[in-house]
Design a protein around this ligand. Structure first.
Ligand SMILES: [Zn+2]
Ligand SMILES: [Zn+2]
Length: 426
């Protein structure tokens, strides 16, 4: 970035991953600006951003409505025909006394994506009509916090895994809802990518002139400034801290130099996850009763059975999602929490890459929980054959949620604090 550009636009942003302050130039549609130090995307532009995300969000919401209204999967077992609709995957879990798992399944697969899409539609419609609404700010603040909890793509993979398992029991037919949900998962992904938070806040609240004392190529903390993690604005801090703490001058979010007690919270959550991982593996994940006989399978046991029955690819998917991902995630976060306070062999760039990996893979562990939800909903034929969730379902669900929270409470900017504040810029 040239010196001329820096002085001309002065749209300063502090990277949420490494805290380096950069000046973002005017971006053309299709372009994005990355942090020159860690590569984190600071802003991206789309052609007709409002119309684009509005159209995608409406299409996604319509697909979800179709997915809810029609049959999801039907199965014929020895002449007994059963079919389920999408909401039954959560409702049946309530009937079999797993209300917490039911709540998490319904929220991550249906409710939160529906709320997010409604929020996008309301806010973009207001931006398009140039009608300022107080609730637009609230919705925009929630956007980035909702992203990791929307798991339509993970649910889709779980549905495919369930199909393979179900074909061993009976004849399976996919309903209209299944295909509608596939389309919904894809459109939801496209909608989240189309929403440009940086541009949105500019439309909602403008761009206040930056403090001329703030310089690029240095971390915000070193200049007694904080980059807002909600709207991106760099706020120069007053000499004294106000009684209620620092507040972003544009979006009103609370500002913290670093997330308060980040490492302590991360350690506590990791320890909880490790403890819960023991019952998650020791107890059965799924209990099957068939003609008076009961068979309970743990995560590892279920995986071995899949392998023995010739479903090697599905066994590998379950192994990666339920065993490998949680262990790798916990190990990486333990390592990063340690390295944020002690010197170690990795440089900050490598540590940031590891942190991004934990953010990327964590939610995929929910596959097995969704598989249990689908199997339980579809196979409830009384004495002939019924499937119930085991005690491990709740424990494993908690492991996934808690490790995700651990990744969120960890502040990646801590990884750069020991690397020095300056950065060579051209
Ligand atoms: Zn960065
Ligand atoms: Zn802000």
């Amino acid at each position: 970035m040239t010196t001329e550009n820096k002085t001309k636009w002065r749209r300063l942003r502090a990277c949420s991953a490494c805290d380096l302050v950069s000046a973002i130039p005017v971006l053309r549609p299709g372009e994005h600006a990355c942090c020159p130090r860690c590569g984190h995307v600071l802003a991206r532009r789309h052609l007709h951003p409002v119309q684009r995300s509005l159209a995608l969000a409406i299409s996604a919401l319509l697909s979800l409505l179709i997915a809810i209204a029609f049959p999801f999967i039907s199965m014929d077992t020895n002449g007994l025909d059963t079919q389920i609709e999408l909401p039954q995957t959560a409702m049946t879990l309530v009937d079999v006394h797993q209300p917490i798992v039911a709540f998490i399944v319904s929220c991550t697969a249906i409710v939160l994506p529906a709320l997010y899409l409604t929020g996008v539609i309301l806010m973009q419609a207001n931006v398009l009509r140039r009608v300022p609404r107080a609730y637009s700010d609230v919705i925009a603040r929630l956007f980035s916090r909702l992203h990791p909890w929307m798991m339509a793509d993970v649910f889709m993979i779980a549905a495919l895994v369930s199909l393979v398992k179900l074909t061993e029991i009976g004849e399976v037919q996919l309903g209209v809802s299944f295909w509608a949900y596939c389309v919904f998962a894809l459109l939801l992904l496209m909608t989240t990518r189309s929403v440009d938070i940086d541009w949105l806040w500019y439309r909602l609240a403008g761009e206040p002139p930056p403090d001329l004392r703030i310089r690029c190529g240095i971390s915000a903390a070193a200049q007694h400034a904080i980059g807002c993690t909600t709207c991106g604005l760099v706020n120069a801090l007053p000499a004294t801290t106000p009684p209620n703490g620092h507040i972003c001058s544009r979006c009103g979010s609370h500002l913290h130099m670093r997330k308060p007690n980040s490492v302590e919270f991360t350690w506590a959550l990791l320890l909880t996850a490790v403890i819960l991982y023991i019952p998650a593996n020791a107890y059965p994940m799924m209990i099957t009763t068939s003609l008076g006989q009961t068979h309970a399978s743990t995560i590892i046991g279920g995986m071995i059975e899949l392998w023995q029955h010739g479903s090697e690819p599905i066994a590998v998917v379950i192994f990666v999602a339920s065993v490998l991902v949680p262990i790798i995630k916990v190990l990486i976060l333990v390592l990063l929490s340690w390295l944020s306070q002690h010197p170690g062999p990795l440089n900050a760039q490598q540590k940031t890459r590891l942190y991004r990996l934990t953010e990327l893979i964590g939610r995929w562990s929910m596959v097995d929980v969704f598989v249990v939800a689908i199997m339980v909903a579809l196979i409830q034929s009384g004495n002939l054959m019924s499937v119930f969730p085991g005690p491990a379902a709740l424990a494993f669900c908690a492991v996934v949620i808690i490790t995700m929270l651990a990744a969120m409470t960890f502040d990646p900017r801590l990884l750069w604090d020991t690397q020095g504040n300056t950065h060579d810029r051209t």
